[in-house]
Each structure stands twice: as C-alpha cells, then as structure tokens.
Ligand binder design. Structure first.
Ligand code: CTP
Ligand SMILES: C[C@](O)(CO)[C@H](O)COP(=O)(O)O
Length: 236
C-alpha cells in the first residue's frame, strides 16, 4: 500500500511578521521546511512527497531538494490563497493509496509518530494527530466577555500529520472546493459524515506560527540534544 505526503508550504506567514517566509527561516543550518522534509524523506514507509510552495519560491525549493538529496520529493507545485486550496493542489499530484498532509512549519514531528499514523490509517482510513488540551477553553463574544466555558475532558488540540485513504480525501476536497472553508483537512472529511480517528501526538510537534514559536523551536532543538550541525532527524 503506497503512501504519499503533501507538505503545504505556500503561506505568507502574516503572524510571524518576517520579510522571509517562515518556512524558509533557518533553524540552525537549514530552513524549517528542509527539517520537516527530512523526516518524511527518510521514513521507510513514505513513498513520495509533493511540496506546495509559493510560485516565487519553487526554484529555491528545488535548490534545497538537490542540496539535501531529498529524493522522494517528486514535485514542487504552486499553492493557493488558502491552505485548503494548497493542499488540494498538492493532492492532485499524488496517486498513492494513502495520503498524509503535514504542515511545512511543524519540523519537530517524529519518525515514530509518522509510522504510527501510517499504520493506523490503513485500518481507520482517516486519522488526525492531536494532544489533549492543557488549558481551559472558553468561548467569548465580540466584547471579550466569557460566554461559555467548554468542558475540557473531551477537547483536543489538533495537529498534523493527518492521514487519509486518498480517494476519501480527494472526495472531501472536491465536494468542499470553493464552498466550505476549513482550517484542517479532517474537517472536510467530517463533513462527509466519515468517522475521523484521533491518534495522540506530541506536545513538541509545534506549528511555528508567531515569533515566540522560534524560541520554543530552539528549546526543542536543544532538548533533543542536537548539536549545531545535526539535522533534527539524526539525534545524538
Ligand atoms: N495559502 C496557504 C496558507 C498556508 N499554507 C501552509 O499551511 C501551513 C500552516 O499554515 P500557517 O501556519 O497558517 O501558515 P501561514 O498561512 O503562512 O501563516 P499566517 O496565517 O500567519 O499567514 C504552513 O506550512 C503554510 O505554509 C499553504 O500551503 N498555503
Ligand atoms: C492544520 C492545522 O495545523 C491543525 O491544527 C491548523 O489548523 C493550521 O492552521 P493555520 O491557521 O493554517 O496555521
């Protein structure tokens, strides 16, 4: 059973506020995107990868692929205005039995988690990575008064990778295309009425979104005992 990976990397990083796209910000010796790609390119259960970047960053992406010998990346294609559109554009390049979708700016996903979600999607057809909420979550109206405290026991903070039987994900995106906005891919599958399984992820699998996250990223890098010249996948 073949496994493909879509890496959405076509965002503009508004919340990061840097001139440089956050996916190309360096984490030690490589761009964040490269750290992320190394995990999937070196994983024995991954067959091929498609990267979705901004049109003006395609060439630069190919340069890094060559430099780092990331041979499983079969294509780099331009993305869309929203993440959902970018993912669908990447999905159209894959014909594998299963597809994982993983944010380019989550460089700390572990090979173990990738393996676990691949094993599970073969049984469940739709799986999302998540961690139990640590904070209490409340809903607030426009005036910033609390309108509801949401019972925490059943709440999860959803991450990527998310894994799907390919045709299921294709059907979900095709049905939603231009009609339904979703912040993650599993929401589109939920809209089909298909059960989505949760697999417990890792709190270190952060999405690098705002400048603070770069501090957390450095701490995780050090915590893993990585030396300056190591890539994230080769732990000491
Ligand atoms: N049109 C878009 C928007 C986002 N992404 C990708 O989706 C992932 C998660 O998105 P996010 O963290 O929101 O990135 P940005 O959209 O760049 O951030 P912001 O919302 O702050 O602009 C990132 O790897 C980002 O590059 C994408 O491929 N295409
Ligand atoms: C897909 C995701 O990472 C799951 O938590 C998240 O929804 C992406 O949101 P973003 O605003 O596109 O970063």
């Amino acid at each position: 059973m073949s496994v493909g990976v879509v890496i959405p990397a076509a965002g503009v990083g508004k919340r990061m506020g840097t001139k440089e796209s956050k996916q190309f910000l360096f984490l030690h010796h490589s761009p964040i995107l490269v750290h992320t790609l190394e995990i999937f390119d070196s994983h024995p259960q991954v067959d091929e990868i498609v990267v979705v970047t901004r049109a003006d960053e395609i060439e630069r992406c190919y340069e890094w692929l060559d430099r780092e010998h990331l041979s499983k990346v079969k294509k780099v294609v331009p993305g869309g205005r929203e993440r959902q559109e970018s993912v669908f554009l990447g999905l159209q390049q894959l014909t594998t039995d299963y597809v994982l979708v993983h944010d380019a700016v989550r460089p700390f996903v572990t090979s173990d988690l990738v393996g676990r979600i691949i094993d599970l999607v073969r049984v469940e057809q739709a799986v999302v990575t998540a961690v139990p909420m640590k904070d209490t979550v409340k809903r607030s109206d426009d005036s910033r008064y609390v309108s509801q405290t949401i019972e925490r026991q059943s709440l999860w903070a959803i991450q990527t990778p998310q894994a799907f039987q390919r045709d299921l994900l294709w059907k979900a995106h095709q049905r939603a295309d231009g009609k339904l906005f979703a912040t993650d891919d599993s929401m589109l599958v939920e809209e089909l009425g298909f059960p989505v399984k949760i697999i417990e992820g890792e709190y270190t699998n952060i999405k690098i979104t705002t400048p603070d996250d770069l501090l957390f990223a450095e701490a995780i890098f050090q915590m893993r005992g990585l030396k300056k010249d190591d890539s994230i996948r080769t732990r000491v």
